[in-house]
Design a protein around this ligand. Structure first.
Ligand code: ATP
Ligand code: MG
Length: 366
């Protein structure tokens, strides 16, 4: 197959881990005889430095023409004093909105070799396997106008949703539950927020179309607690933008490091943007020690969801798992034994597993 992929390395460790993704894509190309046409574009602080805007038109255009987009991360202290319109993060919000990527899917699964890397007890985290479905283009992050008034004495952020925006994300949640374990937890704050009351109504309406899915409503504060006291009680979680942002970062604790988690941002026609859950990690950027696994698993999600390459995606996931079982890890994972590796070394170890597996299974080239 021939597929067009836009790469947006961005800032900080984004650049380093994108190199890992490129190596993995090259390995998949040669093992499975695909052709990936890669186009690198600017976003975030990198785009501000080179073109004066966080999201150049050329970048958005290239993404719209592609089969899928891979993103590293954006932002960093260098751009902290930029006026709001010229913050690197505006590039990220702009591309999600510009491409109409309204659903953010974040699988959170614990890796058996890493159970003891979580600060939580092993028996609590051990069977965690959930999908967080977060609304991505509405809510507080996009409410207009966000502004300071009265000489900065008062501030306004607006939480707005249309029925259509809620319906499409809730449908994504139900669809995801249907192909997983048929349990959907809808998270809101319906005891306080009007938007949450409408959200709850819509979830109940849609439930009629998915009779095989069991629905549970949970207030966001209760959900935050349950996530670290009984995480195996979740299958699919569907929630609005801000709640989803916070809960999915919280969920990363289950896996031992923020560096492990992938995410997919999709719309209905199959185009998607894939990025690790973590940010640009300015404290470790340039040191060659970033964990590339969240990025590599995002690459696998891209193959699975946007490029129709399920087998290839599985091969990457199992190469990562093998690598962890062999005891290899980066510095962010607080593991006593095993071998600590750099970004490049662990990427090579994963590719080694990928290609060895392909040879021994002799399925890849067929
Ligand atoms: P953002 O605002 O973009 O979400 P953030 O402020 O939440 O960013 P991150 O950049 O995600 O922060 O980093 C949080 C912490 O996790 C930092 O100490 C960082 O070094 C660490 N971290 C994040 N990603 C990785 C990774 N891939 N490998 C190693 N450490 C990481
Ligand atoms: Mg964050």
């Amino acid at each position: 197959m021939e597929k067009k992929i836009v790469l947006l390395p961005g800032d900080g460790i984004g650049k380093e881990i994108m190199e890992s993704a490129k190596k993995v894509l090259a390995a998949i190309e040669s093992e499975y005889h695909h052709r990936f046409i890669l186009q690198e574009c600017a976003i975030g602080g990198d785009a501000l430095d080179r073109y004066g805007v966080p999201l150049p038109d050329d970048t958005l255009h290239a993404c719209n023409e592609a089969d899928a987009v891979l993103l590293g991360s954006v932002g960093g202290p260098k751009w902290d004093n930029q006026p709001p319109k010229f913050r690197p993060e505006k590039g990220l919000l702009g591309i999600r909105k510009g491409l109409g990527l309204f659903a953010n899917l974040r699988p959170v699964k614990t890796f058996p070799p890493l159970l003891h890397a979580s600060p939580l007890k092993e028996e609590i985290v051990k069977d965690s396997d959930m999908m967080i479905v977060r609304e991505l283009t509405g809510g507080l992050y996009f409410g207009e106008p966000s502004e300071r008034r009265n000489n900065g004495e008062d501030v306004v952020d607006t939480l707005a949703y249309s029925r259509h925006e809620i319906e499409r994300i809730v449908e994504k949640g139900f669809e995801s539950a249907q192909i997983r374990n048929k349990h959907l937890t809808s998270v809101d704050k319906a005891n306080v927020l009007e938007s949450s009351r409408v959200w709850r109504e819509i979830v109940n309406e849609k439930a009629v179309d998915y009779p095989d899915v069991e629905v549970e409503h949970l207030l966001v504060d209760a959900a935050a607690m349950k996530l670290i006291t009984n995480p195996s009680g979740f299958d699919v979680v569907v929630t609005e933008n801000l709640f989803g942002d916070i809960l999915s970062d919280e969920a990363s604790v289950l896996t031992g490091s923020l560096g492990m988690l992938p995410s997919a941002s999709v719309r209905t026609d199959g185009l998607g943007m894939y990025e690790p859950v973590h940010g640009s990690a300015p404290d470790i950027a340039g040191k060659g020690i970033a964990n590339p696994i969240g990025m590599i698993l995002s690459t696998a999600l891209m193959l699975e969801y946007s490029l129709g390459m399920q087998e290839e995606a599985k091969a990457i996931e199992s190469a990562v798992m093998d690598c962890l079982e062999q005891g290899y890890h980066t510095a962010d994972l607080k593991i006593k034994d095993g071998k600590q590796m750099s970004t490049d070394e662990i990427t090579e170890a994963i590719i080694e597993n990928l290609t060895t597996k392909c040879i021994s299974d002799s399925i890849c080239s067929s």
